[in-house]
Design a protein around this ligand. Structure first.
Ligand code: HAM
Length: 398
């Protein structure tokens, strides 16, 4: 990634970090690779096929992390067990999946995510979805949030063997509802095909419960949506949200951006349990990860970047040392400043600055003698000889 792109990415990343911090989520880092088992234990076959797996010199099976939830929960079990719950962590890191690359689907991609560990309540579920909403809004992306709950499908499909339930879920995760119906018919459960379609098209909790009946989690689910409604969060109920990873246990949600084509899912998350699989206590958790690269594709050219003037210090040969000192002083005040490194003469420096600089600070013999500096606006052409303090004041006032 070249500087223009990196600057835009850093801007959006900074907005997400700042927002997450205001909710009390603090950043953690985990290693780029983990023992393979960490991911095979519960993340689901989809992800296993997509992993970069290798053996190290000691014969250990390792994998480049395909996601951060399992590593973060392992870190919680190893290092964070004595911390006061709930634990609120966030991360921004690269992940690796062996996929066929296409627009919005890469083999190395970045996720910004949060994990709320040790809270099991409607408030916890709602908070994580509110953070998701706020982070995407801070990035400036237009999106729809779709929320489901694994109990919806589980209840409908409860008489199917676990393997078949998984199969239906994986069709739904690929948004292939027809294939899910065909599968049910082919395996002799055509009686479920119609309720499945009804459930998939349900858009209110009343419609959902009309298909599957009242379930024990109903009150908690209603409460979660009431909290979201009270805060004006926009969402769509969608019982077909199945998630590709196998560790989810409760509420699940995904966000979709406009204008991205097939790879328009920019965020995925939900409630899950993993800590007990890594040697810890059974700990309810909820979190999400944003596909950062997809957000950047969705934003396209729409990113507003704060203007910072680019300054070049131009000097005559005898004023060089003073010019270097001036450039360092400007940088010390946070001004982006360059100076000739190519041995160019004064007019070649000016010509070159005309291509890239918004302002030029001229240091010649006269300026060395007077201790002043000449500030030239390269757009308007006007110039003024000022004290260095006044040069800095006018540049930082931009
Ligand atoms: P995920 O849905 O597998 O969930 O990934 C989260 C997001 O990462 C996706 O919504 C998508 O935007 C992005 N993503 C996935 N694969 C690629 C790819 N090959 N190229 C570009 N972007 C991609 C998880 O990873 C869970 N760990 C989320 C979570 C956190 N659940 C609970 N806590």
């Amino acid at each position: 990634m070249l500087p223009d792109e990196m600057e835009q990415r850093r801007e959006i990343e900074a907005r997400m970090r700042a927002k997450a911090r205001t909710w009390g989520y603090r950043e953690v880092t985990t290693p780029t690779f983990e023992e393979l088992e960490l991911f095979t234990i519960r993340s689901g076959e989809g992800i296993i096929d997509e992993m970069y797996v290798f053996e190290d010199k000691g014969g250990r099976s390792l994998a480049l992390r395909p996601e951060l939830t399992a590593p973060v929960l392992r870190t919680f079990v190893n290092e964070g067990r004595s911390l006061t719950k709930p634990i609120k962590w966030c991360y921004f890191a690269d992940c690796y999946r062996y996929e066929r690359p296409q627009k919005g689907r890469y083999r190395q991609f970045w996720q910004f995510g949060i994990e709320l560990i040790g809270a099991d309540s409607a408030m916890a579920d709602a908070e994580v979805m509110m953070v998701a909403d706020e982070l995407l809004r801070a990035a400036g992306v237009t999106f729809v949030m779709k929320i489901g709950h694994l109990s919806f499908m589980r209840t409908l499909l409860k008489d199917l063997p676990a393997e078949d339930q998984k199969k239906v879920r994986s069709f739904l995760d690929k948004r292939d509802t027809d294939a899910a119906s065909v599968f049910l018919s082919e395996t002799g459960r055509e009686n479920l095909a119609a309720p499945l379609q009804q459930l998939i098209s349900a858009r209110t909790l009343d419609e959902v419960f009309a298909v599957i009946g009242e379930i024990p989690e109903a009150d908690r689910i209603r409460e979660t949506f009431r909290i979201l409604d009270s805060q004006g969060i926009q969402y769509e109920i969608n019982p077909a949200i199945a998630r590709g990873l196998d560790y989810y246990t409760g509420v699940v949600f995904e966000c979709f951006a406009e204008g991205l084509g097939a790879e328009n899912q920019i965020l995925g998350g939900g409630a899950y349990r993993l800590a007990h699989l890594f040697g810890g206590e059974d700990t309810p958790s909820v979190g999400f990860a944003i596909g950062f690269d997809r957000v950047m594709v969705a934003l396209g050219e729409k990113i507003w970047m704060p203007f910072q003037p680019q300054v070049t210090v131009v000097f005559t040969p005898e004023a060089r040392d003073r010019a270097v000192a001036v450039s360092r002083e400007l940088r010390g005040r946070g001004i982006i400043c360059s100076i000739d490194l190519m041995g160019r003469g004064f007019s070649a420096q000016m010509k070159n600055a005309g291509k890239s600089a918004d302002y030029v600070v001229i240091i010649g013999e006269e300026e060395v003698r007077s201790g002043m500096a000449t500030l030239k606006n390269m757009k308007g052409g006007e110039q003024q000889t000022l004290s260095l303090d006044d040069v800095i004041t006018s540049l930082t006032a931009q």
